[in-house]
Design a protein around this ligand. Structure first.
Ligand code: SOE
Length: 391
C-alpha cells in the first residue's frame, strides 16, 4: 500500500546533515513506518556547497534561506542540524507554522531559549524530538530494561565519561564551537549533554550539581586563517580570538532518588575519539556501556552465586533485543548511523500516533538546565541546586 508522503526540510548540513539524510532516505528499507519521507529541501549558508550536498544526499532542492523552508506550506517536518545558537529561532518558527520539529542536540545555548522552544512546540501541538541519539542504541535500551526490571536493584552510582581529543592542537581554529554565545558551552554542552540525557533516562532527575570547568587553550586562530597563521609568528596575536567555553569539565550530580553521579567531559583526552562511556552501580548488580563497542552491554549480576559472578558481555544483536529484528542476523553488529535510523523510525511513529516521543524539547530544556547549573557552579565555586536556574 502506498504510504502518505511526509515532506522534510533540513536546515544545516555537515556531519549531522549526512547522518540525518541517510536515515530519512533509508528508514523504510528497514522499518515499516506509516510514511514515505520525502527529502524535499535542504538549507545551508552557502548555496553552492548546499546544492552539492543536496545532490549527494538526494534532496530535491537547495536554498540558502532557512526562513523559506519554514514558510513553505508543503513542508511537514523541519529537521535542524545547524549550529546550536540557531536552534531556538528555527524551532520556534517551525512550530508556529505547524511543522513537526526534529532537532539536533544540545537544544539551545541557554535554559531560557530551550524552554521557549519546548513551550512553542507544545503550544502548537506538533511532534517534537531532540536527537540524543545514544538513547537509541540497542544496548542502552537493554540497560534501561534491566534497570526497570529491578536487575541491578537500588542505584547507588552513575559514572559517565565522554572524552574526545580533536582540539588538542592549539592551532585548531576558533569555530563556533568555542564561543559561549554560539555553542552554550564546550564539551560541557556538546558531550556532557549526551551523558546527562542518558543519566536522566537511566537513573533519574538531577537535583543539584557541583562542577569545575577548565579552558586549556584560551585563544585560537580565527577561522579561515587556520594553523598556518597561528604558527607563522608574525601577526599571530591579531589573528587569534578568545575561547569563551570550557575544554573540559567535571561535574558531581545528586540525583532526586538519592543516587550520586560523576560526569567528565573533555575534548583534551589524548587518544580518546568518541569515548562515551557509563557505569551504573546498584545494590544487586552493575552495568557498563561504551559507545566504541556499542553493541555490547556489560552486566554484573550480584544475585548469582559468588563463585559464578563476573561482568558478562551481552552481545545486544539478537531479534530479542531492541530494534534487533530490523537489522542483521545475531552478532552482525550495527553502528553509529543506525541510531539515526532508529530515531527517524520512532519519530515517524510518533507523527502517526500524535506524540509520545522522548527525548523531546522538554527533555532538551531539562538537560540544558543541569548544564547551566554546572557552569554556574564552576563560575561561583559552589554547589548549585537545579531550581536556581530559571528561564
Ligand atoms: C562532537 O565531536 C560530536 O560530533 C558531538 O557533537 C555529537 O553529538 C557526538 O555524537 C559525537 O561528537
Amino acid at each position: 500500500m502506498a504510504k502518505n508522503k511526509l515532506n522534510i526540510g533540513l536546515i544545516g548540513k555537515g556531519f549531522m546533515g549526512k547522518a540525518h539524510s541517510f536515515a530519512w532516505s533509508g528508514v523504510n528499507r528497514f522499518f515499516d513506518t506509516d510514511f514515505e519521507p520525502v527529502l524535499k529541501v535542504c538549507a545551508g549558508t552557502d548555496i553552492d556547497s548546499t546544492r552539492a550536498f543536496a545532490d549527494t544526499w538526494g534532496w530535491e532542492e537547495a536554498t540558502d534561506d532557512w526562513n523559506a523552508i519554514v514558510e513553505r506550506d508543503d513542508i511537514d517536518v523541519v529537521d535542524i542540524v545547524s549550529p546550536t545558537f540557531t536552534h531556538d529561532a528555527i524551532a520556534i518558527a517551525a512550530a508556529e507554522s505547524g511543522k513537526h520539529v526534529f532537532c539536533e542536540k544540545p537544544a539551545a545555548v541557554s535554559y531560557a531559549k530551550a524552554k521557549a522552544m519546548a513551550e512553542a512546540a507544545n503550544k502548537a501541538g506538533v511532534v517534537h524530538y531532540l536527537n540524543h541519539n545514544y538513547r537509541r542504541v540497542p544496548a542502552v535500551i537493554m540497560a534501561k530494561k534491566l534497570i526497570d526490571d529491578g536487575r541491578i536493584g537500588e542505584i547507588f552510582h552513575w559514572r559517565g565519561t565522554y572524552l574526545q581529543d580533536w582540539i588538542i592542537d592549539p592551532g585548531f581554529p576558533l569555530t563556533w564551537h568555542f564561543k559561549k554565545e554560539s555553542a552554550g558551552g564546550g564539551p560541557l554542552y556538546d558531550l556532557n549533554s549526551h551523558s546527562v540525557d542518558l543519566a536522566r533516562y537511566l537513573v533519574g532527575e538531577i537535583d543539584a550539581v557541583t562542577a569545575v570547568q577548565k579552558t586549556f587553550t584560551s585563544e585560537r586562530p580565527l577561522p579561515g586563517e587556520g594553523a598556518a597563521a597561528f604558527s607563522s609568528g608574525t601577526g599571530a596575536a591579531e589573528s587569534k580570538g578568545a575561547v569563551t567555553v570550557d575544554d573540559a569539565s567535571f561535574m558531581i550530580a545528586e540525583f532526586n532518588n538519592g543516587s550520586l553521579g560523576s560526569f567528565n567531559a573533555s575534548r583534551m583526552a589524548t587518544g580518546r575519539k568518541n569515548w562515551n562511556d557509563f557505569e551504573i552501580y546498584g545494590s544487586k548488580g552493575s552495568l557498563h556501556w561504551n559507545f566504541e563497542s556499542m553493541n555490547e552491554l556489560g552486566f554484573f549480576d550480584a544475585t548469582k552465586p559468588a563463585a559464578e559472578q563476573g561482568f558478562t558481555k551481552i552481545s545486544v544483536t539478537t531479534g530479542d533485543h531492541p530494534y534487533g529484528n530490523a537489522w542483521w542476523a545475531p552478532g552482525h553488529i550495527i553502528g553509529y548511523e543506525n541510531t539515526f535510523f532508529h530515531a527517524v523510525a520512532d519519530f515517524l511513529k510518533a507523527v502517526s500516533e500524535g506524540g509520545g516521543l522522548a527525548p523531546n524539547l522538554d527533555d532538551g530544556a531539562s538537560c540544558i538546565r543541569v548544564l547551566e547549573a554546572a557552569a554556574k557552579s564552576s563560575d561561583e565555586k559552589r554547589r548549585v541546586g537545579i531550581e536556581e536556574i530559571t528561564a
